[in-house]
Design a protein around this ligand. Structure first.
Ligand code: ATP
Ligand code: FE
Length: 336
């Protein structure tokens, strides 16, 4: 089974080819146009997708060494995401599938993030055992997902307000870092003292998260410090980043630990853009070692948005006889 995957939910245009579970290519074109705006501008994003989609798909096919006629089905991201961006990828996928006379498969972007763990790259690739628990931490979502099988997942906890990635990005803005702030904070935090400032942590029941209080605590703490010393932020940038990052990691891991104990599932994975965070990766590895869990960390190219995860979702659907109608509209908000 050879699947072409197309992802265009936010500001990355991506296409990938998967043959059975094996990755043949995964091409990602990121958009620079948003940098000077401090966030993704949806109109600019959809225009850039239009410019990028054909070359990205062509490159994915040629890198994979397959002809378009070898493709059995096209998987595309239906949602959630920016509607204008989703429209470009979904329209392109549908048009191409119609012209080739092959089926299309609509994919939930978040399930795609989780399924990135099923992509085989080489003989060293290790797949989590089923069932496993996946902490999905991205720019728009923070969820704990119980994965029973590739097509059977349940959200058992999630944020009631901001996502973890959003907390990184919004706090980064407060201290004058460019968008997206997560990778920058990660880098600066490596040089800083995580105990430098204590930020308040939320008290939320069950397996749910909250990050809006942390954002406020961050803003006010720094505002007060700046009043005493107008160079406080500049002088302590690394320590501030390290303190923020360690607070976010503590919040995430305490709930993840609770989920592991609740479900008694000891294979644990992380997915989504924030799964690239080096502090989170090492803290989870250590926790796993201490507790005897099997930890699965995605390679960096599978953390942020990519089409390999959409193609693998398409593969499992196609293998199970699940294809989608051509008239399904993209959805900015899409239930899991
Ligand atoms: P969603 O998947 O929820 O629709 P999205 O697709 O925009 O949102 P992703 O592309 O999965 O989100 O992830 C982007 C987020 O990951 C941004 O918030 C970014 O700051 C964050 N991020 C990326 N790298 C790192 C890192 N090293 N440390 C912390 N955060 C990071
Ligand atoms: Fe994403």
């Amino acid at each position: 089974i050879t699947i072409l995957g197309i992802e265009s939910s936010c500001d990355d245009t991506s296409a990938a080819v998967i043959k059975d579970q094996w990755l043949l290519s995964n091409v990602i074109s990121s958009q620079d146009v948003h940098k000077s705006y401090g966030g993704v501008v949806s109109e600019l994003a959809s225009r850039a997708h239009q410019a990028n989609i054909i070359p990205v798909v062509e490159t994915a096919l040629s890198k994979a060494g397959v002809f378009i006629s070898d493709i059995d089905a096209i998987a595309y991201t239906r949602g959630p995401g920016l509607l204008g961006s989703l429209l470009v990828g979904s329209s392109f996928a549908k048009g191409l599938a119609l012209s080739l006379g092959i089926p299309i498969i609509s994919v939930n972007h978040l399930q795609g993030h989780v399924l990135s763990h099923f992509v085989l790259e080489d003989s060293k690739s290790q797949l989590p055992k089923l069932p496993f628990i996946c902490l999905l931490v991205s720019g728009g979502h923070t969820q704990i997902i119980l994965v029973r099988s590739p097509l059977d997942m349940e959200v058992v906890g999630q944020t009631i307000d901001d996502a973890a990635g959003e907390a990184f990005d919004k706090c980064a803005k407060v201290i004058g870092l460019p968008y997206p702030g997560g990778p920058m904070i990660d880098k600066l935090a490596a040089e800083g003292d995580p105990k430098f400032i204590k930020f308040s942590k939320p008290k939320i029941p069950n397996l749910n998260f909250s990050f809006s209080g942390l954002k406020t605590s961050f803003l006010y703490t720094l505002r007060d410090k700046q009043e005493e010393d107008k160079d406080f932020i500049n002088n302590h940038l690394a320590d501030i980043c390290a303190s923020l990052q360690s607070t976010i990691i503590e919040i995430l891991l305490s709930k993840l630990e609770k989920a592991v104990h609740t479900y008694k599932v000891y294979d644990v994975a992380i997915a989504g853009g924030v799964a690239a965070n080096s502090g989170l990766r090492s803290a989870l590895s250590e926790l796993g070692k201490r507790k005897g869990w099997n930890i699965f960390l995605p390679k960096k190219q599978f953390t942020t948005d990519n089409a390999a995860m959409i193609a693998i979702a398409g593969y499992y659907n196609f293998k199970n006889g699940k294809v989608s109608p051509i008239d399904e509209p993209p959805l900015a908000r899409m239930p899991f």
